[in-house]
Design a protein around this ligand. Structure first.
Ligand code: GLU
Length: 293
């Protein structure tokens, strides 16, 4: 089994990250497998080298180790571009020039039925820039969206789309998860696969990299469960294997709110500097002390 922890170096790791990394490492260890670390730094406007350094320090302190060198997404642009080129050649991408404000206005226009539908990427795109026929010519350096209806049609021609959940989704989902066409079109829609100034997107990068690293079980928070159908779709289109998914509970604060990077008070570094031990941090997130051997 190959698992991974894939943080973005945009702030200090908190207790939720500790839980996620430890869960991924322990699941691999229990099977005699490998735990990998990947730095998800495609958003160069927010990623900082000092946060990346802190990730290594915090995870080493927790007793984790991983093979070097670590994969960093900022060094993987050619691989993302190649994946975009494939999807472009299949006629499944189109450039989009809408601003957030355009999308909000179009999605709440009376003819769209009032309230915009919000999916894992925000408001479901109302289709303003979607062309009637696939665009031709070279792959543009632009914001690129996936034509969801066309993509699903192509992906599901011979076999329904599905993935296996070994953990729990936000509503207790477990086992084989069927991905319904209508839901993908109505609730997720034409997601962005290449963002402005990034040349890629979270969804595209995560799919390309999990495959490149041979990850067999993706361990991550249940907040990403709703994005998983997008990932399974991209695997199918790009001819990549779909790993098994293990979504886990989210660590919440005393008010029941999930932790965010800005909740500095929960930063692992602060527990570390306070003289707490890794075993105490494990206890705080409901994990037994590190297994020995
Ligand atoms: N980089 C993502 C994050 O920090 C996690 C991606 C994933 O595990 O799929 O939230």
């Amino acid at each position: 089994m190959i698992t991974r922890f894939a943080p973005s170096p945009t702030g200090p790791l908190h207790l939720g990250h500790a839980f996620s990394a430890l869960t991924a490492a322990r699941r691999a260890q229990a099977e005699g497998g490998t735990f990998l670390l990947r730095i998800e730094d495609i958003d160069q406007s927010r990623a900082r080298p000092e946060w990346e350094e802190l990730i290594y320090e915090d995870l080493h302190w927790l007793g984790l180790s991983w093979p070097e060198p670590v994969m960093r997404q900022s060094e993987r642009m050619p691989a993302y571009r190649a994946a975009l080129q494939r999807l472009w050649d299949m006629g499944l991408l189109y450039p989009c020039s809408c601003t957030r404000r355009d999308i909000a206005a179009a999605a709440s226009a009376p003819q769209e039925g009032g309230d915009p539908v919000v999916g894992p990427d925000g408001i479901v795109y109302p289709g303003t820039c979607r062309p009637a026929t696939p665009p031709t010519g070279p792959l543009p350096e632009a914001v690129l969206r996936l034509n969801m209806a066309a993509a699903m049609e192509r992906a599901c021609r011979h076999e329904a789309l599905q993935f296996t959940e070994t953990g729990r989704g936000p509503n207790g989902e477990h086992g084989r998860q069927e991905i319904a066409l209508r839901r993908m079109i109505d609730k997720i829609g034409d997601v962005v696969l290449a963002r402005r100034e990034m040349g890629t997107s979270y969804h595209l990068a995560v799919v390309v990299d999990d495959a490149a690293q041979g990850v067999t079980e993706v361990v991550r928070g249940a907040d990403l469960f709703e994005a998983t159908p997008i990932h399974a779709l991209l695997h199918r289109l790009l001819g990549l294997p779909t790993p098994v998914y293990h979504h886990h509970r989210l660590i919440r604060d005393a008010d029941g709110k999930r932790l965010a990077k800005r909740d500095d008070a929960r930063a692992i570094r602060l527990y570390r500097e306070d003289g707490r031990t890794p075993a105490e941090v494990m206890k705080m997130v409901g994990l037994p002390p590190a297994p020995t051997g």
